[in-house]
Design a protein around this ligand. Structure first.
Ligand SMILES: Cc1ncc(COP(=O)(O)O)c(C=O)c1O
Length: 399
């Protein structure tokens, strides 16, 4: 059976993870893996999560199946968190949510739903985008086409080009968008640009597929979903993949949701029947523990407040590390070429350095980043920032 299978090269991030683990140097710095880290380089369990888990363990009376939709209270609370309790599309019952195994599960399920509904639709995917978007959406058999998103020379959004590309898309095509904290570039549209984008989607009858993986890690829990709320308010149809991996530190628990907006209640019912059936055919039912934590936190005013408070230092740390790295890189390179890192948003930025420099940083200086030069700002701390900056400057000079 397996005679014709050739061994595949490991995927870039997974390879980086194992190379980093195998590296015995005490200088090693991980800027590659997309997880939040505190100033000691640790990815902590949030206090609100621990407290929720204690309560859950004491109260849990069964481990019977949860059903293909997952926990109903989780789905309801996620809708309220993301869209707001008073959102018109929710009151009109045009929104349906299904709990998924993480944001990846939501992206794949959404892709399968698009494939079932409009197999000929193209999905426009930004260049660059998160490395796993293409495999996740492509695996459903959808045709993916790229649109230019970010200019690596100016480190800015290619807004006019995005609009031009959307003007050429066919009605019914899908546009993948990052709700906030764009991964890998750290560059999001401004509120005015979002408005123009949404007008264009509406006029061209395009369907946005929004990926929300960093709510609360950009500006705050509310501001980070402003564009998503507007999309769900203005457009007849939309898909939204939600992840709690980063903002609640639930990575391995696989807590996520797919929220779908339809034009009518009838369509919403049909969508729900399909997402349930697709889920049954892939993984049957989502894992419960992570979603139970999210539901416990969001249903309790005090725990929800504690979470909001815990997000503040996480966010502030990322902003502070951006400023600190930009400052050190100024000193080390004697230029302002990395100043853009200071003002970008979220956990990632693209340094814009060549792949051979990335390789040398890893092989000779034990500094790990993805081959495209993406760094995780949460991997920077006061103890490693000088070493990282000097190493980057030296390797650039050595070219
Ligand atoms: C942009 C983006 N979307 C979605 C995800 C999915 O995360 P998970 O499946 O771990 O919830 C990630 C994780 O890195 C991400 O960066």
């Amino acid at each position: 059976m397996f005679d014709h299978l050739n061994r595949l090269a490991p995927e870039a991030i997974l390879r980086l993870m194992s190379q980093y683990r195998a590296d015995c140097s005490s200088d090693k710095v991980d800027l590659g893996i997309g997880v939040y880290r505190d100033s000691h380089g640790h990815t902590p369990v949030l206090d609100c999560v621990r407290r929720a888990e204690h309560r859950m363990l004491a109260a849990q009376s069964t481990k019977t199946y949860v059903g293909a939709l997952g926990r109903e209270e989780f789905n309801r609370h996620v809708e309220v968190l993301v869209l707001g309790a008073e959102h018109g599309a929710r009151s009109a019952q045009r929104v349906r949510t299904i709990q998924t195994p993480g944001g990846c599960g939501a992206l794949r399920l959404g892709a399968e739903l698009i494939k079932a509904a409009t197999p000929a639709a193209k999905v426009l995917v930004g260049n660059p985008t998160w490395g796993n978007h293409v495999p996740l959406l492509g695996a459903a058999g959808l045709t993916l086409v790229h649109y230019a998103y970010y200019d690596p020379t100016t480190h800015e959004l290619l807004f006019d080009q995005i609009l031009e590309r959307l003007e050429q898309a066919a009605s019914g095509d899908v546009v993948l968008l990052h709700a906030c904290c764009h991964n890998p570039s750290g560059v999001d549209p401004s509120p005015v640009q979002w408005r123009a984008l949404i007008d264009c989607l509406l006029r061209r009858r395009l369907v946005p597929f929004v990926d929300l993986a960093y709510q609360g890690l950009g500006d705050d829990l509310l501001a980070d979903v402003a564009s998503t709320r507007l999309i769900f308010q203005e457009l007849p149809e939309a898909l939204l993949a939600v992840s709690f991996s980063k903002n609640l530190g639930l990575y391995r628990e696989r807590a996520g949701a797919l929220i779908v907006l339809s034009e009518s209640v009838d369509h919403a019912e049909a969508v729900q029947s399909h997402t349930m059936q697709i889920a049954r055919g892939i993984y049957s039912m989502p894992p419960d523990h992570g979603a139970a934590i999210v539901a416990t936190i969001l249903s309790d005013t005090e725990l929800a407040q504690a979470w909001t408070q815990e997000l503040i230092p996480m966010r502030e740390r990322i902003v502070a590390m951006r400023a600190m790295l930009a400052e050190h890189l100024r000193d080390a390179t004697g230029t302002q070429m990395f100043d853009f890192v200071r003002t970008q948003r979220g956990m990632f930025s693209l340094l814009g350095i060549a792949v051979d420099v990335v390789d040398r940083l890893r092989e000779q200086r034990h500094i790990y980043m993805t081959p495209d030069g993406r760094i995780n700002l949460a991997g920077i701390n006061p103890d490693n920032v000088a070493y990282v900056s000097k190493s980057i400057a030296r390797e650039l000079r050595a070219r």
